[in-house]
Ligand binder design. Structure first.
Ligand SMILES: NC(=O)c1ccc[n+]([C@@H]2O[C@H](COP(=O)([O-])OP(=O)(O)OC[C@H]3O[C@@H](n4cnc5c(N)ncnc54)[C@H](OP(=O)(O)O)[C@@H]3O)[C@@H](O)[C@H]2O)c1
Length: 292
């Protein structure tokens, strides 16, 4: 958000503001004295390019944070048309329709890669999405980049205001259910408030192109489930299973660790560990302030 605001507080439009990331981005911007228009789907449907671009222009936004997406990875396989419309075409169309002093910050995903990598994926690595969701998100990247927007890829997001892996595991442990979790998919959990901070930092730094951001260290879903159980102080047995033991419409990447060196150079800091984020999340869950 580098536009000259003439001494007035900068303004930003957040799309998908009722989602787990959108809420955190709006909060983070407000903490930085930015005036925020936090728009949920009812207020701004990403597919309605004209109305959304008009909303950004009327609000005099210097940046539009697109946290809106059709995020049901399995649902995207059966409703490709919706996936392509919301995730694939709408962000680029919107980026091109924004006023010249306002740019789109698009949140993208590790699913643009084929998951067969053996070292963390760099921004310049070849993409080869294996799912409808991944293909749709990759489509948006191209459109947003062409229009001068910023693309930030991330992975395994968990936020206090969302239904996610942490809330699912914590509630299953709470119900005393036995747990079987895949150990052959490796990636990086990412705490939504840290991601929100990274997005705002990257915009403030004037970053362009594609940037990877996720938390450390890499782990498997099984390793993450064990960490959740330990952080809850309940060392319940969790069976490690293989992806082939589960039948799901969309194939999950076996390896989706993102290399965050470019983020670190731009933000002048390391990407956070997810562990304190997990503790903060579970504290909120205990206080009844997070969704379970
Ligand atoms: N969650 C992850 O693990 C993960 C990993 C990598 C990247 N990402 C990306 O991170 C971003 C944020 O994801 P999230 O985890 O916050 O997902 P989320 O909690 O599902 O939030 C997405 C939001 O988008 C809204 N939305 C859906 N269709 C829309 C439309 N046509 N117009 C406007 N809003 C619409 C949804 O509203 P409704 O609920 O009303 O449909 C929801 O509030 C997405 O771009 C996602 O692809 C997520």
């Amino acid at each position: 958000m580098n536009a000259d605001t003439g001494g007035k507080a900068p303004r930003a439009l957040v799309l998908g503001a009722a989602g787990q990331l959108g809420r955190e981005v709006a909060d983070e911007l407000r903490r930085r004295d930015t005036e925020v228009l936090a728009a949920d789907r009812a207020r701004a449907d990403l597919r309605d390019t004209e109305a959304t671009a008009e909303l950004a222009a009327e609000f005099k936004a210097c940046a539009v944070y697109n946290c809106a997406a059709y995020t049901d990875v399995d649902g995207c396989e059966s409703d490709l048309e919706l996936a392509m419309e919301v995730n694939g075409h709408a962000p680029g169309r919107l980026a091109a329709a924004l006023p010249s002093d306002c740019r789109l910050i698009q949140v993208s995903t590790d699913y643009v890669f084929d998951g067969r990598g053996r070292r963390p994926y760099r921004e310049s690595d070849a993409t080869a999405p294996q799912t409808a969701y991944g293909r749709s998100k990759l489509g948006a990247e191209r459109g947003v980049l062409e229009a001068g927007g910023l693309v930030v890829r991330t992975s395994w997001v968990f936020g206090p205001e969302g239904r996610n892996f942490v809330s699912a595991i914590a509630s299953r442990i709470g119900r005393g259910e036995s747990l079987r979790v895949v150990s052959d998919q490796v990636g990086c959990p990412t705490y939504a408030p840290y991601l929100a901070r990274a997005l705002v930092d990257l915009d403030a730094a004037g970053a362009s192109g594609i940037v990877h951001y996720c938390n450390t260290p890499a782990t498997s879903w099984h390793g993450f489930a064990v960490a959740i159980s330990e952080a809850l102080g309940l060392n319940v047995p969790i069976a490690a299973i293989s992806s082939s033991d589960l039948t799901r419409p969309a194939v999950r990447p076996a390896y989706s660790v993102l290399d965050t060196a470019r983020f670190e150079a731009l933000a002048h800091r390391e990407a956070e560990s997810w562990r304190p984020g997990l503790d903060a999340y579970l504290d909120r869950l205990r206080q009844g302030k997070a969704e379970s």
